[in-house]
Design a protein around this ligand. Structure first.
Ligand SMILES: [Zn+2]
Length: 492
């Protein structure tokens, strides 16, 4: 059994003015067998798919796997080029029995709102009736088009995304069983008129952990192959942004429709519970001051590069300096210019910098400061936390510049500091610090929950702000909750 596999991946924040170019994809771009060596023994989708396939006797035909850090709309030329390459590899794959696509589900180009739907449709045109199994992120804005062109879609169950490996294993089993004729998947799709923001989507909190329990109970119902609840990516002003439900059964469409309706109705009834609960930076500093333990972690979701934030926002840095906080870390500010100046100054010297604030004005102005160059690093690290364990990552050249009691981790690259190795790789032990500001909405919780005394979600403006009322939506389908009070979901 030969199965072709690959990915063109992006989570597109249409509120970001920073376009996504072909170079952004080339930072994380693998062809053919390079895909196997990049992902073997990693807790990723493709890592799980590879290991499970080997056990099942599947021969993997790796095509092209590329993923760009979330940012603004993908340049049309970049998408067309990558899609062309992907489909060429597929046409040249020889005799295959099916296709497994490891996609994100919230990619939008300058001209196509539903880029994954477009890609899956093109794959379908080439492979005809062969099984296509797709995994999607919990932040996928799943469209009817994606569902129509796939045999089975399997979404992540967790946020932080710690079940990627398991979903890859599941995908291998589903495509194997489909090709063997053990199952005949049929899928029902429901889209809810509902937008939710990242903090409320976290499955480590009681609301969503209860939802996931229900989802897992549904998956044990007779005849159900798999079920997906996608919470959606609200920072994409596209028609299909938001929450959707998919239920796949073994050949029983009516049963799939019944379960999809029931589960979607259950989620709709919870809608008011998904509103976020944020604190101001000033309040967070006071709470940390009064805390009897440490570290207190401030999650700045609004500047999360993992969702398209510029990662050079300065609002927290400025407030930390004004409050003269001590034993504090800012992770991270992506500012190649300041990194170069700090390296030029050298370890042990002081340097005058205009830190951050260079990309999107909403995220604050550059902060002029004179700091002490404490550390210079190559920025290479390996994820050791539960999310993406084993994956190699690079912050680019990195420096730690100290101002008063604040250590600022300055990097060349935009990387979500979800793994504590970001701090440890530059000599900072997070357990020893009082206050840690992270440009991450939720993913950091997987690694930081065991070590944080307290976690606070702070309210700063930005292109990834959890406050959905701060955006000027134009294209999303309306009425939609919470933007429109008259939104309603009717079961079919
Ligand atoms: Zn996600």
């Amino acid at each position: 059994m030969r199965i072709a596999t690959g990915c063109i991946g992006h989570e597109t924040n249409t509120f970001s003015s920073v376009p996504t170019s072909i170079d952004d994809f080339k930072n994380n771009y693998h062809i053919g067998d390079e895909i196997i060596s990049a992902f073997r023994q990693t807790s990723t989708i493709t890592g799980g798919f590879i290991e499970s396939s080997e056990k099942l006797g599947i021969q993997i035909v790796p095509l092209l796997w590329t993923f760009a850090t979330p940012s603004g709309a993908v340049e049309q030329g970049a998408y067309d080029t990558l899609k062309g390459e992907f489909l060429d590899h597929l046409r040249n794959a020889g005799q295959i029995d099916g296709v497994f696509l490891d996609l994100h589900g919230a990619m939008a180009t300058e001209e196509i709102e539903d880029a994954e739907g477009d890609l899956i449709r093109s794959v379908r045109e080439i492979v005809g009736s062969l099984p296509i199994v797709v995994t999607l992120d919990l932040h996928a804005n799943i469209t009817a088009g994606m569902a129509e062109c796939s045999d089975t879609i399997i979404g992540f169950d967790t946020y932080p995304h710690v079940d990627c490996y398991d979903r890859g294993v599941e995908a291998a089993q589903v495509i194997f069983d489909t090709i063997q004729g053990n199952i005949h998947p049929t899928m029902a799709y429901r889209q809810l008129p509902l937008l939710t923001s990242p903090p409320a989507q976290c499955t480590m909190k009681p609301l969503m952990s209860g939802v996931v329990e229900h989802l897992h109970a549904l998956e044990t119902e007779p005849g159900v192959v798999t079920a997906t609840l996608s919470m959606g990516f609200p920072f994409a002003d596209i028609r299909d942004a938001g929450v959707s439900v998919l239920v796949t059964t073994n050949g029983d469409q009516q049963l799939a429709e019944h379960h999809a309706d029931k589960f979607a109705g259950y989620i709709w009834n919870l809608r008011e519970a998904f509103n976020p609960n944020l604190v101001s930076v000033e309040e967070a500093i006071e709470i940390a001051d009064r805390a009897e333990g440490h570290p207190v972690v401030l999650a700045e979701g609004s500047d999360n590069p993992g969702g398209g934030g510029p990662c050079d926002g300065t609002i927290i840095l400025r407030k930390f300096i004004e409050a003269d906080v001590q034993d504090a870390v800012i992770a991270i500010i992506a500012d190649p210019e300041s990194v170069a100046l700090a390296i030029q100054a050298g370890i042990g010297n002081t340097v005058a910098l205009n830190v951050g604030g260079k990309t999107i004005p909403l995220h604050g102005d550059p902060v002029a400061l004179t700091g002490y160059v404490k550390t210079i690093s190559d920025g290479q690290f390996v994820h050791k936390g539960p999310m993406g364990r084993g994956v190699r990552s690079s912050l680019g050249r990195t420096t730690v510049v100290k101002v008063g009691g604040i250590e600022i981790i300055l990097t060349e690259r935009r990387v979500q500091p979800l793994d504590a190795e970001v701090l440890r790789s530059v000599g900072i032990e997070p357990r020893d610090r009082k206050l840690i500001a992270l440009k991450s909405a939720v993913h950091f919780r997987a690694d930081y929950t065991p070590i944080a005394h307290k976690i606070l979600e702070v309210d700063t403006p930005g292109v990834h702000s959890p406050d959905l009322f701060t955006y000027d939506y134009q294209k999303v389908r309306c009425p939609i909750y919470p933007l429109n009070a008259d939104a309603d979901f009717r079961q079919t």
